[in-house]
Write a protein that binds this ligand. Structure first.
Ligand SMILES: Nc1ncnc2c1ncn2[C@@H]1O[C@H](COP(=O)(O)OP(=O)(O)OP(=O)(O)O)[C@@H](O)[C@H]1O
Ligand SMILES: Cc1cn([C@H]2C[C@H](O)[C@@H](COP(=O)(O)O)O2)c(=O)[nH]c1=O
Length: 226
């Protein structure tokens, strides 16, 4: 198989919506089709960003305020992009990333009440042009997602810094994620996550297939011109 162009696909949504489950299933399908695939996550995905992940999810930075947390997410994102994502996409890899800049827009921007200009400025610096080719927004009632996350972690596990917030805050996040699919319909596609795993997997493939074919068509045109 000729090497196709790399792609950057992000998975967004509230807690326990099934992102990791579907990323793993999609990665298997794409690898079977012969693609190089890298699965990664935020916050984290590079050595520096994984260190910052611990600070953020443990709640150690919470007392310093949402601006501080937003800047830590942005710092982790910048490291992750420059060390891992950009080089992988440049080599032709399909990068599947569990959460990215839209989580900052929603968690720190909308429910953290940070000024939109501040979030936009941080995003521009951190992302540095590495905008996802496609973002899948998984949608599920917040209470269902939180229930799934709790079942996954075990009833005695303590919720992390963000999981522990009010259900109404999680519902506000759900609405904000849905809004993204209205304001950026080309990039952000809504996936109904309130279905059996196999049906969600079919919806994910249906959303991803068109951009795989666009990439293949671009390569073919380049090949004809060469
Ligand atoms: N379609 C589904 N129906 C029922 N349960 C599901 C479905 N998809 C995933 N799950 C289960 O729900 C739990 C949460 O799924 P998963 O870890 O994939 O979500 P996530 O979006 O990555 O969560 P988080 O953002 O909290 O890390 C897991 O135990 C998973 O097995
Ligand atoms: C990237 C990013 C993440 N968050 C929040 C969202 C989740 O509550 C956690 C990550 O946990 P997960 O189990 O790995 O999904 O972090 C955020 O608030 N802002 C961000 O930019």
């Amino acid at each position: 198989m000729t090497k196709s162009a790399g792609l950057f696909i992000t998975f967004e949504g509230g807690e326990g919506v099934g992102k990791s489950t579907q990323i793993s299933r999609l990665a298997d399908v794409l690898r079977r089709r012969g693609h190089d695939v890298l699965v990664t996550r935020e916050p984290g995905g590079s050595l520096g960003a994984e260190a910052v992940r611990h600070v953020l999810l443990s709640g150690a930075a919470e007392e310093f305020g949402v601006r501080m947390e937003a800047m830590l997410f942005a710092a982790a994102r910048s490291d992750h992009i420059e060390q891992v994502i950009r080089p992988a996409v440049a080599e032709g890899t399909i990068v599947l990333c569990d959460r990215f800049m839209d989580s900052s827009r929603v968690y720190q921007g909308v429910t953290g009440n940070l000024e939109p200009q501040f979030i936009e400025h941080l995003e521009r610096i951190a992302v540095n042009g590495m905008i996802p080719d496609l973002t899948l927004v998984f949608d599920l009632p917040a209470s269902v997602g939180l229930g799934r996350a709790k079942a996954r972690e075990g009833k005695d596990a303590a919720p992390d810094r963000f999981e522990k917030e009010e259900v109404s805050t999680h519902e506000k996040r759900r609405e904000a994620f849905i809004d993204l699919t209205r304001t950026e319909p080309e990039r952000c596609k809504l996936i109904d996550a309130n279905k059996a795993e196999d049906l969600v997997a079919l919806a994910v493939l249906a959303a991803v297939d068109p951009i795989l074919h666009e990439g293949a068509a671009d390569e073919a045109v380049k090949g004809q011109k060469a």
